[in-house]
Design a binder for this molecule. Structure first.
Ligand code: SF4
Length: 410
């Protein structure tokens, strides 16, 4: 995911037979169920019996809509093969019957690839679809869904999100009325927003107050469990029946930093344990994961289907990992560090792009995004960042990390 990637591909190693057995049996089971899967999106609300059927992946309530959705769905920010995308087909066959896309994904190519996929499976109802527009006006968002529907070759999507919202005014009544309008016209079944940045707590609290929001996609992972304000905001939304969807669940830092804690488990890879830790929170309806290899699809599907819970020891190891690597894990709370500097300066964005490069090898995309930042927002001196460092709850050495970003991305 994102651009919003959510990948931590750590396949089984030869010295871990128990884990391999678990993966093997779970994947075999997933494949078998997936082959006979009841398509989720076909679970029409008008058929109450259908609500209890599953797609092969366990399901949870989608807010208070009465609909069940799979706890894992596919993010498609990665480059998709427009003719025949193996990962989409493998995911779907394994029971992942919900794809998340956006106008901007794949530099605008994601929708077209999914349109071809829909033609190949030959039944729109078999797939749940989320799409998003980054437009910051009502008219732009209205045009965005029309463009999305045209590109996807469908009359309706299941969830339309305002993409990467960080302005609370986008929860004002005219935006919420747009959601009602699009639902009434049948262009989308549900409406909401995604948010990546520092005012997530404010946005969640506001959404719980205003109503009119069916779902929120937000950054959530094992690093955030001690965040009391965030927990209260999630509670407020959950109580109001908003479906809470998690992204960036891997909380990635470079592998060599992550290896400071050697994760040990009889049951899970580290990547699976991170997913399990999010699913342990019953307020989360589903995780979106950008699975960019068949191995990762297998791994994540196996984790979703596993009935084994994370043990206290495994949770403790994740807590240790969060503590030991916090200096490399930017949470995106840019209002803390960027507001501490006297002039507009980009901190959170270049650190995110650095993560794309260091953790996922997405250097080209990272350079492109870094290059789009205004030159003045990229320029900095160590001295003006002193207050920003004091404000950072993660203890990130901001000047050093920004220098690193400039070195590899400029
Ligand atoms: S550098 Fe620190 S304060 Fe700034 S966004 Fe990242 S985690 Fe938050």
């Amino acid at each position: 995911m994102a651009s919003d990637r959510d990948i931590d591909n750590q396949g089984p190693t030869p010295d871990e037979p128990a884990r391999r057995r678990f993966l093997k049996s779970a994947v075999a089971s997933a494949s078998a169920v997936g082959a006979a899967a009841t398509p989720l999106a076909g679970l029409a609300l008008e058929d109450p019996k259908a609500k209890t059927q599953t797609s092969g992946i366990p399901t949870r309530p989608f807010g208070n809509t009465g609909l069940q959705v799979p706890i894992l769905h596919l993010g498609t920010a990665q480059r998709l093969d427009p003719r025949y995308d193996k990962l989409m087909h493998r995911s779907f066959a394994a029971g992942v019957t919900w794809f998340d896309t956006a106008l901007a994904y794949g530099r605008g190519s994601s929708h077209r690839a999914i349109a071809n996929f829909l033609t190949q499976i030959d039944d729109r109802k078999k797939l749940w679809l989320t799409s998003k527009s980054g437009a910051q006006s009502v008219s732009g968002l209205r045009a965005g869904i029309d463009q999305a529907l045209a590109e996807l070759g469908t009359d309706s999507i299941d969830l339309y999100l305002m993409h990467a919202v960080d302005d609370p005014e986008m929860l004002d009544s005219h935006y919420l009325r747009l959601g009602e309008e699009l639902k009434a016209k049948g262009k989308t079944r549900f409406f909401g927003f995604s948010c990546h940045d520092g005012n997530v707590v404010e946005l969640l609290n506001r959404a719980a107050e205003t109503g009119g929001i069916d779902a929120i996609l937000f950054r959530y992972n094992f690093r955030r469990y001690g965040d009391l304000a965030l927990n209260r905001a999630i509670d407020a939304c959950h109580r109001k029946g908003i479906a809470m969807l998690a992204m960036k669940t891997q909380g990635a830092v470079p592998k060599e930093i992550e290896s400071v804690v050697e994760f040990r488990s009889q049951n899970f890879t580290l990547g699976q344990a991170k997913l399990k830790s999010v699913w342990a929170d019953q307020r989360i309806a589903s995780i979106v994961s950008e699975m960019d290899s068949v191995a990762l699809v297998r791994e994540n599907v196996a984790a979703a289907r596993s009935e084994i819970s994370l043990s206290a020891e495994e949770s403790h190891q994740l807590n240790q990992l969060a503590a030991f690597t916090s200096g490399y894990a930017c949470n995106g709370c840019k209002h803390l560090c960027e507001n501490a500097v006297a002039r507009p300066l980009a901190i959170a964005a270049p650190l995110r792009y650095l993560m794309y490069h260091e953790c996922y090898g997405k250097t080209e995309r990272a350079r492109e995004l870094y290059g789009q930042l205004p030159a003045t927002a990229r320029a900095f001196s160590d001295r003006e960042l002193e207050q920003a460092c004091h404000a950072c709850p993660q203890g990130i050495d901001i000047p050093a990390r920004l220098r690193r970003a400039r070195e590899v991305l400029a």
